[in-house]
Design a protein around this ligand. Structure first.
Ligand code: ADP
Ligand code: MG
Length: 242
C-alpha cells in the first residue's frame, strides 16, 4: 500500500485552476522530487497533502485512508507529516531546543526530559547540537533550516514534505541543508521535496515529478527524466535552469 495516494486531484482558487487531474502515489521510503516553474502548483500540492488546503476534486489517501476532515483525527494525521518551508518558521523568542521540544511536549504529551533527550539527539544529527540554547536569530540561515528539520523530525513523522527548503539560503549554506536531507533519505524516510536543486534531484530522488500549469506532466526516475525529458515544457524548463 502506498503511503500517500492522490487520485484525480483538482483545486481552484476562485476561477484560477491550480491543480488539475493530479495522480500520484508515493511508496513508503520513496523520495519524490517535484520540480517545475513558479506558479505551477507545487506548494499547493504539498499543502493539499497535509490538508492545509482542501481539494475540490478527486481524493487523497494517507496510509490508505481519506484525509480526515477535521478535529482530532486531522491533528493526528498532521502530526505524522513533517513540513519544512522556505521560511524556517521557528519561534523567534524560543531557544532552538524549545523549538524542537514544543511539539512533542504540547501535541504528543511527551515528558520534558524525554523530549529534550530526543531533541538533543536530533540536533546532533543535523549538526547543530552546540546551538541548543541559542535563539533562532543567532543562527545562520542554514543552521535555522536544519533546526526546522530537527523540529519536524521530533514529531516522528512518517512523511516529510519540503517546500523549497533552500530557496531562501545564501549559496554557501545550501549544501549543508541538502546534505541533511540526503542523509534523512538514506534512513528510509518517505519524502516529497519541492526544489530547484537539480543536483539533489539527480542524486537523491527515486522519481522526479515535473509540474506545469497544475498538472504532473512527467514523472520518472531522475536518469530517465533528465536524460530524456518527454515534454516540450520540461525541456524548456531544464534548458532555462541548467
Ligand atoms: P508554485 O509553488 O509552483 O510556485 P503555488 O502552488 O504557490 O505554485 O501557486 C499556484 C497558483 O495558485 C498560483 O497562481 C498562485 O497565485 C495561486 N495560489 C496559491 N495559493 C493561493 C491562495 N491561498 N489563494 C489564491 N491563490 C493562490
Ligand atoms: Mg511554491
Amino acid at each position: 500500500m502506498p503511503l500517500v495516494t492522490l487520485e484525480g486531484v483538482g483545486k481552484s482558487f476562485g476561477d484560477n485552476r491550480v491543480l488539475s487531474d493530479v495522480d500520484l502515489s508515493v511508496e513508503a521510503g520513496e523520495v519524490v522530487v517535484v520540480i517545475g516553474p513558479s506558479g505551477s502548483g507545487k506548494s499547493t500540492l504539498c499543502r493539499c497533502i497535509n490538508r492545509l488546503e482542501t481539494i475540490d476534486e478527486g481524493r487523497i489517501l494517507f496510509e490508505g485512508n481519506p484525509l480526515p476532515a477535521e478535529g482530532r483525527e486531522l491533528a493526528r494525521m498532521r502530526s505524522r507529516v513533517g513540513m519544512v518551508f522556505q521560511s524556517f518558521n521557528l519561534f523567534a523568542h524560543r531557544t532552538i531546543l524549545d523549538n524542537v521540544t514544543l511539539g512533542p511536549t504540547k501535541v504528543l504529551g511527551q515528558k520534558r526530559g524525554q523530549a529534550e533527550a530526543r531533541a538533543r539527539e536530533l540536533l546532533t544529527r543535523v549538526g547543530i547540537a552546540d546551538k541548543a540554547d541559542r535563539l533562532p536569530r543567532q543562527l545562520s540561515g542554514g543552521q535555522q533550516q536544519r533546526a526546522a528539520i530537527a523540529r519536524a523530525l521530533a514529531m516522528d513523522p512518517v512523511l516529510m514534505l519540503f517546500d523549497e527548503p533552500t530557496s531562501a539560503l545564501d549559496p554557501e549554506m545550501i549544501s549543508e541543508v541538502l546534505d541533511v536531507m540526503r542523509s534523512l533519505a538514506a534512513t528510509g524516510m518517505t519524502m516529497i521535496v519541492v526544489t530547484h536543486e537539480m543536483g539533489f534531484a539527480r542524486s537523491a530522488a527515486d522519481r522526479v515529478a515535473f509540474m506545469a500549469d497544475g498538472r504532473i506532466l512527467e514523472i520518472a526516475p531522475p536518469d530517465d527524466f533528465f536524460g530524456a525529458p518527454k515534454s516540450d515544457r520540461a525541456r524548456d524548463f531544464l534548458a532555462r535552469i541548467l
